[in-house]
Design a protein around this ligand. Structure first.
Ligand SMILES: Nc1ncnc2c1ncn2[C@@H]1O[C@H](COP(=O)(O)OP(=O)(O)OP(=O)(O)O)[C@@H](O)[C@H]1O
Ligand SMILES: C[C@@](O)(CCOP(=O)(O)OP(=O)(O)O)CC(=O)O
Length: 400
């Protein structure tokens, strides 16, 4: 490919987010409009992120996408919704502007290449980071500067929250066209610097029931879900916003755990029931409650999405001791030095009293590894061209 025929290319990264008030259930499947508002914490991209490169060239014959080194079907309706919406906005931006008469990459086909640095479709919110990154990267490629959460939402509901960093609310909205179903930041990542997040990877396998299908069955069959959406979540979202604004860990932690438990209760209330938690997940819940009971306050809080992996929130001063407690209860099997990833945790000696209070049968290998992270910013542009995932020929540099 000659110099001037090189594709216009952009690379961006985007974060995952973990909901502390869960989204579960749609009122409109196609536009992805939820039955309740939700609230999440965006996690730092130094530990967990999606990277996406997009290039446009007159030499490309068709739109194509590669995910983790494998070509995927670009005609998936959700991918098509995001592409169509971004191109529509790009066209709107161009019409009437001076650029209108110049050749435009909008008429070219695009190649998209994306990689997650964590397991895909394992309940670690890959679809959230994936679609947020896709939408942000395409918007940057086409110079679209507008509210992007409405488009990311149409890729995957939870993706709209990954468009912002820090603490993010997804307002369910009321309109049938979804124009008011948007994410907004309620506090930046710098708001609560002591807050840390531990991702406990119990299993990195694909989950048996995906979120999309699972929540569809719940909407159809669970009276508890209807009650939750109408009578519980509205007040809970307000209370959670307050707890975050005041950096009140006691309230934040309790609400987070209660909301996770209620979400999993709606899964059990679904018919046939859906089980995302496993034996190890339940042991983790038990350990958290033993730890908090010992201290007589909420020092750590768990939440689980549509899978067995736990996400733990705690303040910085609790990390070392709680990680040591986890090591005691779930002794690493063969990967002792690979057990901890991400931010550092120092050694901590557990007191005899705490050890006695945490008395439970150890579950060797129950937790595969722990990623220590913290709240982080929204999507970022990658300036260094050596980090682009597509080569000069417009094809992935690495394949599976
Ligand atoms: N980097 C990416 N770019 C584009 N699409 C992605 C990307 N990563 C994941 N996806 C899409 O998301 C799908 C996985 O979504 P799914 O909801 O099953 O799992 P998850 O997001 O990991 O878990 P959960 O949402 O329950 O936490 C993938 O099959 C793919 O279609
Ligand atoms: C349990 C959850 O993680 C569900 C996420 O569901 P998805 O956003 O993956 O579902 P779709 O909109 O169908 O793509 C809770 C949450 O993130 O709020």
């Amino acid at each position: 490919m000659s110099g001037e025929r090189r594709p216009a290319a952009v690379t961006c990264t985007a974060p995952i987010n973990i909901a502390v008030i869960k989204y579960w259930g749609k009122r409109n499947e196609e536009l992805i409009l939820p039955i309740n508002s939700s609230l999440s914490v965006t996690l730092h991209q130094d530990q967990l992120k999606t990277t996406t490169s997009a290039a446009a060239s007159r030499d490309f014959k068709e739109d194509r996408i590669w995910l983790n080194g494998r070509e995927e079907n670009i005609n998936q309706p959700r991918l098509q919704s995001c592409l169509r919406e971004i191109r529509r906005l790009a066209r709107k931006r161009r019409s009437g502007s001076e650029e209108e008469s110049t050749p435009c990459i909008l008429s070219y086909r695009v190649h998209i290449c994306s990689e997650n640095n964590f397991p895909t479709a394992a309940g670690l919110a890959s679809s959230a980071a994936g679609y947020a990154c896709l939408v942000y990267t395409l918007a940057t490629l086409y110079g679209v500067e507008t509210e992007l959460s409405e488009i990311a939402r149409q890729g995957s509901g939870s993706a709209c929250r990954s468009i912002y960093g820090g603490f993010v609310q997804w307002l369910m909205g009321e309109r049938d066209d979804g124009k008011d179903s948007l994410a907004q930041q309620i506090a930046p990542e710098s708001h609560w610097p002591e807050l840390q997040v531990l991702v406990l990877v119990v299993s990195a396998e694909r989950k048996p029931v995906g979120s999309t299908a699972g929540m569809q069955t719940s909407v159809e069959t669970s009276p508890l879900l209807k009650h939750r959406a109408e009578a519980v979540v509205p007040d809970r979202v307000k209370e959670m916003c307050e707890a975050i604004r005041q950096r009140d860990f006691e309230r934040f932690g309790q609400l987070t755990m209660k909301d996770s438990n209620q979400f999993h209760a709606t899964c059990l209330d679904t018919f046939p029931p859906i089980f995302y938690l496993n034996d190890i997940s339940r042991c983790i819940i038990h350990v958290v409650h033993l730890f908090n009971t010992y201290y007589g306050q909420t020092k750590v809080a768990y939440t689980f999405d549509a899978g067995p992996n736990a996400v733990i929130f705690c303040l910085e001063q609790t990390v070392d001791e709680f990680v040591s407690a986890l090591r005691c209860c779930f002794p690493p099997e063969s990967n002792g030095d690979m057990f901890l990833k991400g931010l550092p945790a120092g050694p901590a000696v557990l007191s005899k009293e705490l050890k006695m209070a945490m008395d439970m049968e150890p579950r060797p290998g129950g937790i595969q590894y722990i990623i220590i992270t913290k709240p982080g910013p929204g999507p970022q542009l990658v300036e260094d061209p050596s980090l682009h995932l597509l080569g000069k020929d417009g094809l992935p540099k690495h394949s599976a």
